[in-house]
Design a protein around this ligand. Sequence first.
Ligand code: PEP
Ligand code: MG
Length: 754
Amino acid sequence: MRGALGGPRVLLRRLREVMAEPVSAQDRLDKIVVLIAANMVAEVCSVYVLRMDGTLELYATEGLNREAVHQTVMRIDEGLVGLVASQANPINLSDAQSHPAFAYRPETGEEIYHSFLGVPILRAGNTLGVLVVQNRAHRNYSEEEEEALQTTAMVLAEMIASGELSALAKPGAEPAVHPRRHLKGTVLSEGIALGHAVLHEPRVAIKNFVADDIPGELKRLDDAIAAMRSDVDIMLDRGEIADGGEHREILETYRMFAHDRGWMQRMREAIRTGLTAEAGVERVQSDTRARMLRATDPYLRERLHDLDDLANRLMRQLMGVDHAPRDQLPDNAILIARMMGPAALLDYDRKKLRGLVLEEGGATSHVAIVARALGIPAVGEVENIAGLVDSGDPIIVDGVSGEVYLRPPPDIESAYIERVRLRARRQAQFQELRDKPCVTRDGHEIQLHINAGLLVDLPHIEETGAAGIGLFRTELQFMVATSFPRIGEQLALYRSVLETAGPKPVTFRTLDIGGDKVLPYMSAFEEENPALGWRAIRLGLDRPGLMRSQIRALLRAASGRSLRIMFPMVAVVEEFDQAKLMVEHELTYLRRHGHTLPERVEVGVMVEVPSLLFQLDDLLPRVDFLSVGSNDLCQFLFAADRGNTRVAERFDPISAPVVRALRLIARKGREHRKQVTLCGELASKPIGALALVAIGYRSLSLTPSAVGPVKSMLLDLDAEKALAAIGPLLDHSETGMTLRQRIEAFAASENLQL
Ligand code: PEP
Ligand code: MG
C-alpha cells in the first residue's frame, strides 16, 4: 500500500493492543485515530458516531481542531460524511471540495484538506458511524487503502456496539447502537404480545477479529466454503425438491451463488488485510446487507438475500454453531426471523412463544397460517428486523395494527401492558359464556362452529365450546408439509380430528389448492389469473387420483360414524355431480374390500363462485348442505383480488350487494330445507354476524378467537329487530346511509358490542 507504515495487518494488531488497554473510552478512541492516521500517512483521521437522534457527532480526531470533538454535529443529509452514512458506501475523492455534497464546518478547520476517504462503520448492515481520513494534497487513495480502512472500521463497530462510548454521550444523544424503533409491517396473526427477542438464526458473536496466521485463516475459509457447498448440494439433491419447477430454479441460483467467484474473492481480500476468517465473512456480509437494505430492484434484493443466507451458513461452519436450541426458549419469547418455514415454527416450545416478527411473509404465507393456528400474534414484512434486534431486546408485537416496537419507551410499554390486561379480562368474560347455549334474545338458536385445518387447531373445539368444526381446510396439512402427505398421513390426521371432535360434527373440505395456495413441492404452472385458474375442485376433477385418495382417507377415517364432505369453488352443478359420483365410487370400493363404512355421509358445496347464485334451485335438491365462502364470494362479486392490498379493502362486504346475495342463499336454503352455514371471515366479525343472523343465517363457522366476541354480541341481539332495521335498505335503495352505517347505528341503540 502506498505510503502506509507497516500495512493494514500491523495496524490491526496495534488496534487489538489498544482495545485491550485499561484506558478510558475517549483515550482509546484518541489513540485509535492517531494510529490510523500514522499507518495510512494521513494528516487527518476522524470518527463520527451516529446518534439516536439520527445525527452524526464527531467523537475523535487527529488533525482537525480538537475543540470540535463532541461539538460538531451534522445531519445525515449533510456533507460527504452524511453521504457515506446514508448510503452505507465508501466515498473516495482526490478533490473533495469539488463534490456537490461537500460542506465544511469552520470549527473543524478542514477547509485545507483536499483528498477525502470516508467509509461507513457497519454492523449487520446497519450504519453506526463514519470513519474518515483526509490529506492536504490531491491524493488518490488506492483500493487497498479503502479496503484496509473498511477493515479498521469493523473494529470501531465492535467498540461502538459494546456500549463503551455511551458514557461519552450527552443524554438523548447516545450512539444509535440500540435505538428505539417503531416499525410497521402487515398483520399475519392477530393478537398482542410483549416479550424479549429470540433470533431464529442467531448472529454469531465474533470474539477474535485479528488474524495471527493469514494463510491459516484462508485455509479455514476454504474448508468452510467446501463444507457449505456440499450442504447446499445435499439440500438440492434431496428427493422431495428434485422434481423441477420454479422452486428448483430458485435453489439452483442459490447453488450458483455458493460458487460465486467475486464473493469468494472479496472475503479472501478481507482476510488478507489481517482479519480472521469469520471476521472476513462478516465484513463482506455487512456490506451485502447494507446494499440489500437499499436495493429497490426486487430481483437484486432476492439475490442479496441469497448471499446473506449463504454467509450465515459459512459463519456457522466457521464458528461450529448450529441453530438456537428450539426447546430452550426463554419465557415470553418473541421469535425474529427473516423468513421461516411452517415446520420450523412448530418446532418451538409453544408455551414460551409469545409472538413472531418476520422480514418477509405475507398473510397467506404458510408460516402465517401456522401462527394463526397456534394463536401467536405475528407481524410480517418488517424491514430489516433480523438485522436490528439483538437477542434479549424488549419488543412489542401489535398483531392488530401491524406495528412492532423494538426497545419500546416506558409509556408505550405501559400502554400495551394495559391493553393486554384488558384483552385478558375480556377473554375471561368470554370464557364464562363457553357453556351457555347461543340463543338470541328473541329465541333464535345459532350454531357457532370453528374453522380449523391443523392438529394444533383441535384444542380450540374444547376451549371455545363450539358446536363443531364448520370448515376443516384439508389443504393446510399439504401446505405445511415438505412433500405430498401420503394417504396414511391424511388418514391419521382425519382420525385425530374426528376423535377429538367426538360427537360434534366436522365438515371436511376437499383440497382447495391452486390460486394463492401453492404447494412448494408441486410443479408450478404459470397462470395469468391464478385466482380464476386451475384450482380447487377444477384441479381435483382433472387429476382424480389426488381427490380420490383424499376421499378414501376421509371415508376410512369416519368408519362407523357420520362424515360431512364439501367441495370448494364449484361453479356449475355438474361439477358437484361428478364429485359426488367419486364419493359413491369410493364407498363401493371400500365396501367391496371389507371396510366398515361411515354410518352416514353428507355431501355439500361451498358457495364461492357467483354463478351458483343462479343455480340454487338446481343445486339445492342435490346437496345435503351448503356453506358460503364469503371470502371468495366477495372477491368474485367485486372482481377484487382478496390478497392484493391495493384493492382488497376497497369494497365493503357489509354492503347491500353482498348482503342481498347472502340473503338469497339463506332464503333458498330454507325453501329447500337444507342447512346453510357461512364460513368466511365475515362471520368472524360481530358486525358481520349481526347482519347474517338478521337475514336468516342460523349456522356460522368462525376463526376460534372470534367465538367469544360474536357469541357475546348474539346473546344480546334481537334478530327480528335487526332485520326490521336493515331490511328496508336491502329491499329498496335508500339514500343517506350505507348498510354498515345503519347496522352500526342499530348496534349502538341496542348497546351491542361490535
Ligand atoms: C372462503 O372463501 O370464504 C373460505 C372460507 O375459504 P378460503 O378462505 O379457505 O378460501
Ligand atoms: Mg375460499
